[in-house]
Design a protein around this ligand. Structure first.
Ligand code: KG4
Ligand code: ZN
Length: 389
């Protein structure tokens, strides 16, 4: 089947076209078209993602992304001559995004789209104004092409992206249950127990900041623009390889608490005090980033291993933007192996850790049975706080 997937939950506008063969979870996924536009430059001056701006950018770039993905497939397209009632419905669905309805209608009437079997769209969690652009766009495209829509949980997308194996025939890895999933991104830090496919139980989460958010805030404190996570990681690696001295003794909050929850705001505050009113040299900054990353890694690894041990897990799946971090990956793999060498650890392949629409197609395929033709009273809605369990 051909899946068109759409991601607009935060600051990436992404559209993919995936050709699947077989049933979830043993299907093959051939990525025939993939387009992603990052809005990072737009948000930089605000030091974080500005929701109203994100919404506007999604609306401005989603048709160009669809066009890029469709063109990349090289597939024959079908053009649509819309009757008045479909035109009216599409216009009313997209009335809050000026110009988008006309852009989409024109694209479908002139360029056209290949035959589609399913549209998968992120419905949450994320920034609600941004999510609505994707959800309404998906519904409009579904009306035009007479296709079913499936509302995807973004976090399920991150989990499946981490076990997507392009080297193994573009399939999902054949994982053993129970599995523990550690999701670390700009908006989330959570531990999830999976007893089977599509069966999620959140067992722990952050009580305040997400890990990625803490990285970005530390970056800001030392003058690195949003999103500073990758740059903080780079400086930390430099301090590690050149053995820079410790800059500050930082806490690993909730390291010894008897649950699976996290907290990173105290660590962020400790960093703020450590740099207050000081002129920092490059060595200071790199040392501080390393000290911060070590504190974060300690608590992530300890809680994850506790979750694996307590639940007898056979698999660990780490996903979300921060899973691109080499140090966290290295320490996690080594320490999980030292604890139980029979546990298999998965991190996403490069390019699939941060937000993308390939992961949304995977999660949409997993939820095929909840797909529906959108109607005016349907339940496909954006939900900024959508939870996995
Ligand atoms: O999953 P994602 O793309 O978006 C959300 O759903 O939040 O994650 C983005 C987050 C940002 O906070 C970014 O700074 C962080 O992931 N990040 C990293 C690294 N690469 C991205 N943090 C630490 N080390 C990295 N290498
Ligand atoms: Zn994400």
């Amino acid at each position: 089947m051909i899946i068109v997937s759409i991601e607009t939950s935060c600051d990436e506008t992404a559209v993919s076209i995936i050709s699947t063969g077989g049933d979830f979870p043993h299907a093959t996924y051939d990525i025939v078209g993939d387009a992603l536009w990052s809005q990072i430059d737009v948000h930089k001056e605000y030091g974080g993602v500005f929701p109203a701006l994100a919404k506007r950018e999604h609306a401005a770039t989603i048709v160009p992304m669809l066009e890029k993905a469709v063109t990349e497939t090289g597939f024959e397209t079908e053009t649509y001559q819309l009757d008045e009632s479909v035109r009216t419905q599409v216009t009313s669905l997209l009335e809050r995004e000026p110009g988008l309805a006309n852009q989409l209608i024109e694209f479908c009437e002139t360029h056209g789209v290949p035959e589609i079997d399913l549209i998968a769209v992120t419905s949450g969690p994320g920034l609600e104004p941004a999510l609505w652009v994707g959800v309404n766009f998906a519904k409009a495209l579904a009306l035009i092409t007479d296709t079913k829509v499936v509302a995807v949980n973004h976090m399920e997308g991150h989990i499946l992206a981490s076990i997507f194996d392009a080297e193994r025939d573009d399939q999902l890895s054949d994982i053993n249950f129970p599995a523990i999933s550690l999701l670390i991104s700009g908006g989330h830090t959570e531990l999830v127990l999976m007893k089977d496919w599509s069966n999620y139980q959140k067992i722990g989460q952050t009580r305040d900041d997400a890990v990625g958010e803490a990285y970005d805030k530390v970056a800001r404190l030392i003058g690195i623009p949003y999103p500073g996570g990758p740059e903080v990681a780079k400086l930390a690696e430099e301090a590690r390889s050149k053995n820079f001295p410790e800059y500050a003794e930082l806490p690993s909050p909730m390291l010894h608490s008897d649950d699976f929850d996290f907290s990173f705001s105290g660590l962020k505050t400790a960093v703020r005090y450590a740099v207050a009113d000081k002129e920092l040299s490059h060595y200071d900054k790199a040392g501080l980033c390393r000290d911060f990353e070590d504190a974060v890694t300690r608590v992530l690894v300890k809680k994850t291993i506790k979750a694996i041990t307590d639940h007898g897990a056979k698999t660990l799946i780490v996903g979300g933007g921060v899973s691109a971090n080499h140090h966290i990956k290295r320490v996690m793999e080594t320490q999980v192996f030292a604890t139980d060498e029979d546990v298999t650890v998965y991190f996403p392949q490069p390019g699939l850790s941060t937000d993308n629409s390939i992961m949304i197609a995977l999660a949409g395929h997993a939820r095929l049975d909840s797909a529906m033709i959108p109607t005016s009273t349907d339940v496909i809605r954006a939900d900024g706080n959508r939870s996995l369990s």
